[in-house]
Design a protein around this ligand. Sequence first.
Ligand SMILES: NC(=O)c1ccc[n+]([C@@H]2O[C@H](COP(=O)([O-])OP(=O)(O)OC[C@H]3O[C@@H](n4cnc5c(N)ncnc54)[C@H](OP(=O)(O)O)[C@@H]3O)[C@@H](O)[C@H]2O)c1
Length: 421
Amino acid sequence: MSGAEEAPAAPQQQQQPDEPPPAAGDAPREGAAEEEKPPACRALVLTGYGGYDKVKLQVRAQSRPPLRPGEVLVRVKACGLNFAELLGRQGLYELLPPPPIIMGMEGAGVIEAVGEGVEDKKVGDRVIVLSRSGMWQEVTVVSANRTFPMPEEMSFEEGAALPINYLTAHMMLFEMANVRPGKSVLIHMAAGGVGIAATQLCQTVQDVTVFGTASASKHETIAQGGVTHPIDYRTKDYVEEIRKISPKGVDIVLDPLGGSDTQKGFSLLKPLGTLIVFGVANCVTGQKKNLLAMAKTWYNQLSLTAMKLMQANKAICGFHLGYINDEELISRTMVKLLELYKQGKIKPRIDSRYHFEEVADAMKRMHERQNIGKIILLPEAKKVEEKPKSSPEPAENVEKTEADVNEKKEEATEEVTAEKN
Ligand SMILES: NC(=O)c1ccc[n+]([C@@H]2O[C@H](COP(=O)([O-])OP(=O)(O)OC[C@H]3O[C@@H](n4cnc5c(N)ncnc54)[C@H](OP(=O)(O)O)[C@@H]3O)[C@@H](O)[C@H]2O)c1
């Protein structure tokens, strides 16, 4: 890991005879050429539902089937970790195909090959990639229309941090809630990836008041980032705190929590206000699935009739980026976001970076609510000298460098358990 405070966990290595699962860049296809010796490819694979140990680093020779029309091959330089992947690991994310599956929904890298019919992208282009899964690997194949050219000044880490958080925040604020000058917005998880994106986007509209809930240690940072009223939801009743400042409540609530918080959000809305439900973080209490928390969230969810809604003069919306299949809408919004980035109006905040070997630490950081901004995963093998000298791990547990991997590329699949001891 680089950029975060904790010492990384050294991986355990074990021989694994299993083939890694098929993934975008890896699926054998008819007519695949076999003449070239395939390069090694590192991938983070969800091998089953459960705790951190279910995500394993696998290294194996990668086949390079011919690209289908409209596809591009991307060498991934950085990928984003999303809350959805914590849900996915616990079997709670319905859009993730069942394990074994390579996770990862966003990343940034360089195009290495283009398929037939791809006119607007070429080899060498630096691109942001949005995908349903399969981004947590060194090389991936994706549809060209899910790649977006990166501004020159944007780093791969920023590129990987941008699409999901900012598309989500932008579509909710500007397409659904129609935020306008003078409005007030309650942003939960305000120090997280979506929270910081939403706060920055609120700054692009005049006079928007942002109430943001976050752990107390993050308040200074989010206040500097534009949250007008940071609220420690862990020690205070945020409804009371907001009412003290704004007795009438707020115009917009972005609710990624679910359960009783959706009810609170609805109660906080001013007349003609809008509540957008876009997550169920309350279902997650730790690394393993918690059925009680899920039941509680389900039981406490907001339920009301159309008649009651009419009498309340409020709007309730649901948002899920994964179910948006309108490519034009996605591209149009990405263009707007990249323009805002070039104008310096938005900038992804990178919380920390972890090499693939350290994926358990990365997930732990999010589960333990330590991140301020985006957690980035780096496909590149961690260099041995980056290892902290105090590491208690035995020498044989030190992961391989890329050179080692290349030397061994003819060997059987190797699997590295990326679980923290
Ligand atoms: N519908 C969609 O299309 C869509 C797209 C992207 C994200 N989302 C949702 O938006 C939310 C934020 O996602 P993100 O990827 O940006 O993650 P994130 O906000 O970076 O998530 C981690 C932070 O959330 C806070 N948190 C609140 N409840 C938590 C819990 N039960 N477990 C762990 N952390 C919790 C913690 O900070 P504090 O304690 O400081 O608050 C933690 O540091 C998630 O609910 C996610 O599912 C939905």
